[in-house]
Design a protein around this ligand. Structure first.
Ligand code: ADP
Ligand code: MG
Length: 756
């Protein structure tokens, strides 16, 4: 049913008797026709490119689109839309399906309807309570009153004679039908309404300066022409097997769906493409790495295995055996290993890394172990020392502070192969450090992921095997795919004898009870951490600043001030230390050392302690303002305790200001399973934040979802890896569209270019 027949010809007969207001006269009809025609003519000129003859292409700046211009282009820029191609990928976040179009003489009370017509009168009644704005709308069959309470802002939006559509629930006041607080849109042409009548109204993520409606209009008016620029990267057969619609159709449907089914097919196709491209980028990188220089082949034999295992005071756990096995298989090959070893804090990764290093040493080659901080380097070195007490393996801690003569002595030893295992920070990457025959690099990233360093220690003709350790568990289902250029080994179960940390979420006014509890535990030889989100109060220097900048619950306690208070007022009889990121390296190390040695009973800290420091007697951790820490961070912090055999306690103090914060704290009290926490974290934060995509050179996902689209991800990953194997440089003419798209998406991040 149509309100106005799409009029090409005016109706044959003039209704002579009813020319009074309330009826759209033939004159109006004509003017609609004219308007439609005029619009169609103008519509040919979608864009106002300076050179009118240049065709619109996907890299044209949005500014040259009809209805955009320089000022809006700036706003679009803030939304991440710079080019026409970006706009085409500015996907709706939802759809709104309008109720059916209805003639005014067919409206029924309580029905949801859409009506369209011409504005007759408008009126603003400021004195009524509440103030209201009313308008009479008329079509060829009747009229209807529209009322907006508090509608003052609408006063100058309507002029009698305007065409509008309005929708909402019909009600009756005395004899007149009305719609209260309807949604509405202005119609330039009646066609606009027909075009969209059965289609969802796309709702776009908007901002204050650009409403969803305005974005929709701009996209709608340029959509058809934009679509003509879209090339299809996949052959028909390939798409058919995967039940994917044409890319061009998918883009049309995502912005202008004719049904919910279309919208969902469109989403599936676009998500597939997004995941495919991401995986293709990863696959190509992997294909390149595999073509890398050869590595030393370091096969494991029983003699070496036996010698290594004898060094450990305990048998390896089944999980450790499994990952050792995976690593040894890699290292036996001439192709460099490129493996990620993931396992929760305390799961026993260090032992595995040492096993791999000793395998290299067993073949008279060198191994390097790199850590993000000095403290960690020191700690790794000390635990290695423990295991190697009775061994002739030569090991060295390369300190960052080392300079001059001493340093050159040490680097000489490394260069001549007199050192077997070198432990250090980034200092290992400096140019004066060269190895005689480096066969293995272990990078302990703790909670960080990064591909950046991975490039660096590749040297000369022989590439080292590469093992990255991370304590941030990556949700099982994702690890293989997201880290497609790394093989992944996982330690799922910790060594025996661990007791899970007892975690509680407590209201801040119960703090004094916690003090007493700690006092009694310290008497029995335990130690405690107090963790704060900030270093100092007013300066607001924060090492941990989540989304909400200021707590609604007043002053954020800071480490420096709390340290004073705890030492002087609460625990005058105990030794309370302080550690935070602004202290110099030496002070930090000293304090850590004193805490580890038990001379400090309590350590007040910021997140600096989150990275792997081991103090077995530390069994209590108080985290104040726990709501201000991220989930992964809380989990990492908690990993500092529960490392001995005694029961440990993690006491989270804080009030959750947001629902997310509440969920984070609740999850912490429910589980110590790092994988479950990682999954929840991914769910709460989304992949971009979770992975720190910038760090990876992974593109931000606009439409796909790594958890919910997992099946699609698996399919896309398989397809992309196949392609990367077949045509690692994308030279085949059939793959040029993909190659171009990939370059646009990843830009310089994807080092396709340096693939050479
Ligand atoms: P991660 O590096 O994963 O945080 P570590 O390698 O530091 O974990 O191991 C944590 C603790 O567990 C260490 O004290 C280590 O001695 C102990 N450990 C490691 N492997 C085993 C094992 N197989 N059996 C018993 N204890 C182990
Ligand atoms: Mg460790």
């Amino acid at each position: 049913m149509r309100l106005f027949a799409k009029p090409v010809q005016p109706p044959p007969k003039k209704p002579t008797t009813k020319t009074a207001r309330g009826i759209i006269s033939p004159f109006v009809y004509n003017s609609v026709t004219r308007k439609v025609k005029m619009f169609v003519r103008r519509g040919h000129c979608f864009y106002m490119n300076k050179k009118a003859e240049t065709k619109l292409s996907l890299d044209t700046e949005v500014q040259f689109l009809r209805g955009v211009g320089p000022r809006r282009a700036v706003v679009f820029g803030q939304l991440g839309v710079h080019t026409v191609g970006d706009l085409l990928e500015y996907y709706p976040r939802d759809y709104e399906f309008r109720p059916p179009l209805c003639l005014m003489n067919e409206m029924n009370v309580d029905h949801q309807v859409t009506i369209a017509g011409q504005v007759q009168t408008t009126r603003y009644i400021a004195r009524s309570r509440p103030p209201r704005f009313t308008l009479t709308l008329e079509d060829a069959t009747g009229e209807c009153r529209l009322i907006w309470f508090h509608g003052g802002y609408l006063r100058d939006k309507f002029t009698p004679g305007d065409f509008i559509a309005a929708w909402g629930k019909v009600s009756r006041y005395k004899e007149t039908l009305q719609i209260v607080n309807p949604r509405w849109m202005k119609l330039d042409t009646i066609d606009e309404l027909f075009e969209q009548q059965d289609t969802g109204n796309a709702v776009y993520p908007a901002c204050a300066d650009l409403s969803s409606g305005e974005i929709a209009r701009i996209i709608r008016s340029a959509l058809d022409e934009m679509l003509q620029q879209v090339a299809e990267p996949f052959p028909d057969e390939f798409r058919r097997q995967r039940q994917l619609p044409l890319l061009r159709d998918a883009l049309a449907w995502i912005h202008r769906p004719e049904s919910a089914e279309h919208a969902s097919q469109a989403r599936r196709r676009l998500a597939y493409d997004e995941l495919f491209l991401m995986e293709l980028g990863i696959g190509l990188r992997r294909a390149r790495i595999q073509k890398w220089q050869p590595a030393y082949t370091l096969p494991l034999d029983e003699r070496i295995d036996g010698r290594i295992r004898r060094l450990f005071p305990f048998p390896l756990t089944p999980d450790q055996d499994k990952v050792v096995d995976e690593i040894c298989k890699d290292m036996a090959r001439a192709e460099p290993m490129n493996r990620l070893l993931q396992g929760d804090v305390g799961s026993g990764k260090t032992v595995v890394a040492l096993y791999a290093a000793l395998l290299a040493v067993g073949h008279h080659r060198q191994a390097a172990i790199m850590t993000p901080t000095e403290i960690l380097a020191e700690q790794h070195f000390q635990s290695i020392e423990q295991y190697l007490k009775h061994s002739r393996v030569k090991r060295l801690l390369l300190k960052g502070g080392l300079t001059g003569q001493k340093r050159s002595e040490v680097t000489d030893q490394i260069a001549q192969g007199q050192i077997d295992i070198v432990v250090g920070t980034q200092a290992l990457l400096q140019s004066d450090v060269t190895f005689k025959n480096l066969a293995l690099v272990v990078v302990d990233e703790q909670h960080k992921f990064g591909v950046r360093q991975r490039k660096i220690i590749r040297s000369k003709d022989i590439a080292p095997h590469y093992l990255v350790m991370t304590a941030t568990p990556i949700p099982r289902t994702l690890a293989m795919t997201v880290f497609g250029d790394l093989d992944v080994s996982t330690i799922e179960h910790p060594p025996p004898g661990r007791q899970p940390v007892d975690t509680r979420w407590i209201a801040p006014d119960k703090l004094p009870q916690a003090y007493e509890f700690i006092r009694s535990r310290v008497k029995q030889g335990d130690q405690a951490y107090f963790v704060y989100p900030r270093v100092q109060e007013e300066a607001a220097i924060s090492e941990n600043e989540p989304d909400d900048v200021l707590s609604p619950f007043g002053q954020i306690k800071a480490a420096v001030a709390e340290h004073q208070k705890l030492q002087q007022e609460v625990f005058p009889e105990l030794n309370v230390g302080l550690i935070h990121g602004q202290l110099d390296r030496q002070t930090k190390q000293q304090t850590m050392e004193e805490f580890r040695a038990g001379r400090l009973h309590i350590l007040v800290a910021t997140v600096v302690i989150e990275v792997g420091v081991d103090v077995p007697d530390a069994t209590i951790m108080v985290i104040e303002h726990a709501d201000r820490f991220g989930l992964a961070q809380l989990h990492q912090l908690r990993g500092r305790i529960g490392r001995g055999s005694r029961q440990s306690y993690c006491l989270l103090f804080g009030r959750a200001a947001t629902e997310q914060a509440q969920q984070r704290l609740e999850i912490m009290t429910q589980t110590t399973d790092g994988f479950r926490i990682a999954e929840e974290d991914l769910r709460l934060r989304g992949p971009g934040q979770f992975f720190g995509t910038a760090q990876h050179g992974l593109p931000e996902l606009k439409i796909a979802d790594l958890i919910n689209d997992f099946d699609l991800l698996r399919m896309a990953s398989r397809d992309a890896f196949n392609l990367a194997d077949q045509d690692p440089e994308l030279k085949n003419p059939d793959h040029q569209i993909l190659r171009q798209t990939l370059q646009i998406k990843f830009g310089p991040n994807l080092t396709l270019i340096d693939a050479g």
